[in-house]
Design a binder for this molecule. Structure first.
Ligand code: BMP
Length: 272
């Protein structure tokens, strides 16, 4: 079994986790493997970008702790947009603490992330206990977790044995860990026998069509590099979509462009 040559909709049937299933189904339904990362500081701008790109995405990625005028109304509007435009929500929280602390960070505080984010992510650095802590909150709510097995930045430390250990952690909790933030497929890592049908979602940041970096360590690859060549599943695009100002038509055009490029790259991969 090779997830690279299977369709998103066929793969949805292999996942028992509700968030993984729902994501693969919406990707198929909307013909989109585009996740837009909305990294802006004002609520109005945040909601306006999401309303504009909503029809073209499978997933919206948030960093709610960036928003200066955050309130519960914002969450109600985000939820309404996700229903109107049919996308899932991924809070890029990057949990990285002991099980008991991440459990509190996930469920409580100002943001109450578990109440509204279908998907969150965590650094594997604390070991399997971080997954247990998050699962105790997320599993009863049908949520999914991604582990950061690799990063997009220059000279990052998530390589080699660290990446392998992240994959081993995921294999211990396939009910909750639905995949990875990574730059390539992970199923073959750790001299694992892939014949039993393992399937991870690979969500990949560091995607841009017009520039190669941001002067702060970020490194960009194209949708073709990421989806066709590296076999990843979802392209995560931030500033490539809204980085040239807040003109709504320009943002819509960029979202359509990345959606089309990402989908073409997926169809090219399937026809290989
Ligand atoms: P941009 O496309 O504007 O560079 O944004 C990338 C987004 O993906 C940011 O929100 C960043 O936090 C996130 N990200 C990343 O760039 N590289 C990683 O390895 C992991 C990330 O979560």
């Amino acid at each position: 079994y090779d997830p690279k040559s299977s369709s998103y909709v066929d793969r949805s049937k292999r996942h028992s986790n509700g968030a993984a299933k729902a994501l693969l189904e919406v990707m198929d339904r909307k013909k989109s493997n585009l996740c837009v990362s909305v990294d802006v500081a004002q609520k109005q701008s945040f909601l306006s970008i999401i309303d504009t790109v909503g029809p073209y995405v499978c997933l919206i990625k948030t960093h709610v702790d960036i928003i200066e005028d955050f309130d519960d109304q914002l969450l109600a509007e985000l939820k309404a947009l996700s229903e109107r435009h049919d996308f899932l929500i991924f809070e890029d929280r990057k949990f990285a603490d002991i099980g008991n602390t991440v459990k509190l960070q996930y469920a409580k505080g100002v943001h109450k992330i578990a109440n509204w984010a279908h998907i969150v992510n965590a650094h594997p650095v604390p070991g399997p206990s971080i997954v247990e802590g998050l699962a105790s909150v997320g599993l009863p709510l049908g949520r999914g977790l991604l582990l950061l097995a690799e990063m997009s930045t220059k000279d990052n430390l998530a390589t080699g044995e660290y990446t392998t250990r992240a994959v081993q952690m995921a294999r211990q909790r396939p009910d909750f860990v639905i995949g990875f933030i990574a730059q390539r497929r992970m199923e073959t890592i750790g001299s694992h026998d892939t014949s039993h049908g393992e399937d991870f979602l690979i969500l990949t940041p560091g995607v841009g069509l017009d520039v190669q970096g941001d002067g702060m360590g970020q490194q960009y690859r194209t949708p073709k590099n990421v989806i066709t060549d590296a076999g990843c599943d979802v392209i995560i695009v931030g500033r490539g979509i809204y980085g040239n100002g807040d003109d709504v038509d320009a943002i819509r055009k960029q979202a359509q462009r990345y959606q089309a490029e990402g989908w073409k790259a997926y169809l090219d991969r399937l026809s290989k």
